[in-house]
Design a protein around this ligand. Structure first.
Ligand code: FAD
Ligand code: DLZ
Ligand code: SF4
Length: 508
């Protein structure tokens, strides 16, 4: 073969740029399961099983379409354990003069490929599975004092024509987020994501992961994710009918025991290439146009995909490989052990970590306002937290995870991505969830051993970052509230926070 095409684990898309414009008979496609990618952060077992199974199914899909696929399994003799090593071996095996690859989703992998450029002739193609190219994002961002998702999102609405009424946004408004703050009620008919029984390929991979990654976080069974394009599409179609109509209203809600609420649970399929973002948005728009879902639901969903998802990707590539090391608030506390063990009396954190362990999934508000909020209030090292989010969620790749963690959730980029730190006391969690009812802490109590830790940690956070926050228009009121506390109350907050934080056991 003259050309070798490397397809990475998150590039499982038949229309991938690297597969265009070449003839299958002069080309070999390389896919490789490598221990390096599975353990540079120790990924959740379910995430590894999902991705390996989806990779194996995709290889089959390509073979059926006429491609010659060289698929290296994890246990194959000679597998050297790294993407670069496998690429070099395959280039030699096939006598390939030329390598093609679609740009990877992480700086680390990109730099690894670029480093091979002296040994191999590698062509790296832009990934066109996104709405905005790097150049488009950068020219939008250029010269702006602050970047805000909302304005970028409007550009993407105009570009795609999604939910547009001529030049105007459908319904006369770009964003219906203020309608989306309802707390959920328990409903026996709560929709659930569509589940799939593991086939023979998935079963084999589950055994492989259990044998090779036994000490990684997470449970493997029950395993119910889709691992083929057809099944991922069926899961999304099922979401459109069952949960999308309520998507907007309850976007910020949490309920104990309800792990998915009205969320789509499709990010894992989308991010590895089994689903296409624009196709999904068009399907959502059609549901609205045909009168089956309200505008706030359709707009809310489309905003997450062509707004947030594209926006965080733009930031990741624009900010460069050091972004993951930003630490604007100088937070240095080791990640508490209970992020792995769920061994904590805080009912909200316990529930989120337990479901993360079981499902490799938590919905947005759990990630942002429970585990993320706690880490921010407690001053956890953002890089350690970043590695946790990257490891534990089936949808996590650095381009999407890092801006959400470092930027949105930890304010560690100093406010580049988010206009204020997402901090909240127990009252917020109580309003948006029913976790507090079964908690050993009292969410109403402000001080002392029984008080919800989020309460005094919140004020302690404001105190620790007083000067930075008082200049932030969205935080200034809270800083003034703190300033009005008596000295005694301020000492009490500091003492409660210090006691609690000293009791945390970190993994470092
Ligand atoms: P839904 O709530 O149903 O939303 C639909 C889709 O919108 C998602 O599938 C996703 O593709 C997209 N979306 C929604 N919010 C975001 C967002 N903030 N950024 C990017 N896309 C978004 N998302 C990931 O895909 N991978 C990650 O590694 C990841 N890490 C996160 C870490 C933190 C600390 C936080 C606060 C958020 C993170 N998110 C991440 C964003 C969001 O939580 C998930 O996309 C969402 O929970 C996925 O579940 P879902 O498919 O049910 O989403
Ligand atoms: C996340 C992951 C895992 C667990 N395993 C592999 C693998 O064995 N082979 C592979 O090509 N990719 C894997 N990935 C995804 C990569 O770590 C990385 O996120 C992508 O290559 C970025 O585009
Ligand atoms: Fe979480 Fe505090 Fe509520 Fe307990 S009381 S569930 S710690 S918010």
């Amino acid at each position: 073969a003259n050309t070798l095409i490397l397809i990475l684990g998150d590039q499982l898309t038949p229309e991938l740029p690297s597969l265009q414009g070449v003839t299958p008979d002069k080309t070999v496609v390389l896919m490789a399961e490598v221990v390096g990618e599975a353990s540079y952060v120790r990924h959740h077992k379910k995430k590894i099983a999902f991705l390996f199974s989806a990779m194996r199914h995709f290889a089959e899909e390509l073979r059926l379409a006429g491609w010659q696929v060289d698929y290296v399994q994890l246990n194959d003799a000679g597998n050297c354990g790294s993407l670069a090593g496998e690429l070099l071996r395959a280039a030699e095996r096939h006598g390939a003069a030329h390598i093609r690859v679609t740009e990877p989703g992480e700086w680390r992998v990109l730099q690894g490929l670029q480093a091979l450029d002296t040994a191999l002739d590698i062509e790296i193609l832009p990934d066109d599975r996104f709405i905005a190219s790097h150049a488009e994002f950068n020219s939008w961002a250029e010269g702006r004092k602050a970047l805000r998702m909302e304005y970028f999102y409007r550009e993407m609405r105009r570009k795609t024509g999604l939910l547009m009424d001529g030049e105007q946004p459908e319904g006369g408004q770009w964003n219906f987020d203020h309608d989306n703050r309802k707390a959920a009620e328990r409903d026996l008919l709560m929709p659930q994501p569509l589940r799939f029984a593991p086939d023979a390929v998935t079963r084999e991979v589950i055994d492989l992961v259990e044998a090779r990654f036994a000490d990684h976080f997470g449970t493997l069974e029950p395993f119910w994710f889709a691992t083929t394009r057809a099944d991922a599409k069926a899961a999304f179609a099922y979401f459109l009918k069952t949960a999308l109509p309520y998507f907007g209203d309850y976007q910020d809600a949490m309920l104990a025991g309800e792990k998915f609420l009205y969320h789509a649970v499709v990010s894992l399929y989308l991010n590895c290439g089994l689903l296409d973002p624009l196709e999904m948005c068009r399907a959502v728009e059609a549901e609205y146009r045909e009168g089956r879902v309200p505008l706030n639901a359709a707009e809310g969903f489309i905003r997450q995909i062509i707004g947030w998802r594209e926006y965080v990707r733009g930031i990741y590539w624009r900010e460069g490989p050091d972004y993951v090391h930003r630490n604007a608030l100088n937070a240095t506390r080791p990640l508490p052990d209970f992020y792995w063990s769920a061994d904590t009396k805080m009912a909200c954190i316990k529930a989120c970590v337990e479901q993360t362990r079981e499902e490799a999934y938590a919905h947005h508000i759990q990630r942002l306002m429970v585990t993320g909020n706690f880490a921010l209030l407690a001053g956890v090292d953002p890089f350690e937290l970043h590695e946790w989010y990257l490891a534990v969620y089936a949808d996590a790749y650095e381009w999407v995870e890092a801006p959400n963690t470092v930027g949105m959730s930890q304010f560690a980029d100093g406010g580049l991505l988010a206009s204020k730190p997402y901090v909240a006391s127990g009252a917020y969690i109580d309003r948006m969830s029913d976790y507090c009812g079964s908690c050993s802490y009292n969410v109403k109590a402000k001080a002392g051993r029984k008080a919800c830790p989020f309460n005094y940690l919140y004020w302690d956070f404001i105190a620790r970052h007083h000067d930075r926050l008082k200049g932030n228009p969205r935080m200034a009121q809270m800083v003034r509230n703190y300033d009005r506390f008596s000295d005694e109350r301020k000492r009490e907050i500091a003492a409660d926070a210090a006691d609690f934080l000293a009791s945390l056991v970190g993994s470092a």
